[in-house]
Design a protein around this ligand. Structure first.
Ligand SMILES: Cc1cc2nc3c(=O)[nH]c(=O)nc-3n(C[C@H](O)[C@H](O)[C@H](O)COP(=O)(O)OP(=O)(O)OC[C@H]3O[C@@H](n4cnc5c(N)ncnc54)[C@H](O)[C@@H]3O)c2cc1C
Length: 396
């Protein structure tokens, strides 16, 4: 029987949260022919924006071809700026785009609909249904009232503050230093290179993190700071942001404000339990060094839904049956994330003086002459101890 909320009593898969991870999970499950429900608590998918919207093209293309409707800028360079203003320009690690996420997120959900998934907006998961300790569905509250609906697998894609992970007993609370606290203005009237992402380093700008200026075209840019949670003793992220934009763009004006935390401690040890899987920020799958989570979230959504489909086919959606996802994630991406975390821990405590020295040597060895690798090595040779420590992290 269909409930007043227009939701059936049973599905194969219910995905909670229509960010990039959830929509890709729903799209993948639907492509396997699974009866899939995707619920989003907000009334509009993609709004409000909580992102600086940068993503590598190669990762994106695994899911969808770039479309001018949601691509704002193509990035040709990254520019790293030291505390004393010395700057170094390098090519992006992979070709990078700046998205218009409110259009992009909606498009991903639309693709899921086209694949046969049912989507409900303004529909919040308010609790889990369990039987003998295993997750069997969700309680929903939304347009038309409240209802309970069951699924063979629930995929929690409900973001950094995931309640589903906590309800399922999978949440480990991150250390304060393992959360990047961010504040960002979408600003108009910004004079910046339209094809360069700028990263500002230094304790006055963003201790334990960085400040950024990502162009969105026509003088619009995402201008933000991300500060390590354990560094926010004297000021808030918004305070750091105010000083950052005051210094860089005194004549520009904000047209939007974004605040939020990003889990940067590396993926949770347990990503599944009986009947439930975690993906994206809910699983702490953002890159610890850059705090980028769109690409990893989409990869996780796809991987989780593929494993869910296989588990449903075998008729075993217990923790053991779903565990292939956890194993596969750790094998394919877990190592990179853990390495990235160790590099973050090494560099986030560097003094401004050290950063200035490293960057001035890098600037004297321009990338177009010596290549990225030699430029980095020349810079690090200034600090043999750091070079040794980084070397040991990279070789592990
Ligand atoms: C300021 C800032 C800048 C960033 N910049 C970048 C960047 O440039 N590049 C990058 O790759 N990453 C960036 N990130 C990180 C990136 O935004 C996230 O990693 C990414 O959005 C994670 O996707 P997700 O689908 O896992 O979660 P989200 O995008 O957070 O989506 C979760 C969804 O679940 C919904 N939801 C939550 N609870 C419920 C519930 N109970 N019921 C129903 N729905 C629910 C939410 O409304 C939300 O729509 C940034 C983050 C911040 C805060």
């Amino acid at each position: 029987m269909i409930s007043a909320m227009n939701v059936k009593p049973n599905y194969d898969v219910i995905v909670v949260g229509a960010g990039p991870s959830g929509s890709v999970a729903a799209l993948t499950a639907a492509k396997f022919g699974l009866d899939t429900l995707l619920v989003e608590k907000r009334q509009e998918i993609g709004v409000p924006l909580r992102c600086a919207e940068a993503i590598g093209v190669d990762t994106l293309r695994e899911f969808v071809e770039p479309d001018p409707r949601w691509v704002c800028a193509e990035i040709e360079h990254y520019r790293l700026i030291a505390p004393d203003g010395t700057s170094v320009t390098i090519p992006p690690f992979e070709p990078t785009l700046i998205l218009e996420r409110k259009v992009f997120d909606r498009e991903l959900a639309h693709l899921a609909v086209m694949a046969g998934c049912t989507v409900r907006v303004k529909t919040q998961a308010t609790g889990l249904l369990t039987e003998d300790g295993r997750v069997t569905g969700v309680k929903l509250s939304g347009i038309g009232g409240e209802c309970e609906t069951h699924a063979k697998v629930v995929i929690a894609a409900d973001g950094a503050e995931s309640q589903l992970a906590r309800w399922a007993g999978l949440r480990s609370v991150p250390r304060t230093g393992d959360v990047m606290i961010t504040a960002q203005y979408v600003m108009g009237g910004v004079e910046c290179d339209p094809n360069t992402c700028d990263y500002y380093l230094g304790r006055d700008i963003a201790p334990g993190g960085y400040g950024w200026v990502f162009p969105k075209g026509n003088g619009l840019a995402n201008v933000g700071v991300g500060v390590a949670g354990d560094e926010l003793k004297e000021d808030s992220a918004l305070g750091y942001l105010e000083r950052f934009v005051g210094r860089l763009f005194p004549n520009a004006s904000p047209v939007g404000l974004v605040v939020g935390g990003i889990p940067v401690g590396g993926p949770l040890r347990r990503l599944v339990t009986d009947g439930l899987m975690l993906v994206g920020d809910a699983a702490h799958q953002a890159d610890p060094l850059t705090a980028g989570g769109i690409g990893y979230g989409m990869l996780a959504g796809k991987m989780a839904a593929e494993c869910a489909a296989e588990a449903i086919r075998r008729g075993d959606t217990s923790r053991q049956g779903l565990r292939q996802y956890e194993t596969q994630w750790n094998k394919v991406h877990g190592g990179t994330q853990r390495r990235s975390y160790r590099i973050r821990e090494l560099i986030r405590h560097l003094s401004d003086d050290t950063l200035n020295q490293i960057m001035s040597v890098a600037a004297a060895n321009p990338v177009e002459k010596v290549g990225v690798r030699n430029m980095a090595l020349a810079a690090l040779k200034q600090h043999p101890k750091l070079l040794l420590e980084l070397g040991s992290v990279l070789l592990k």
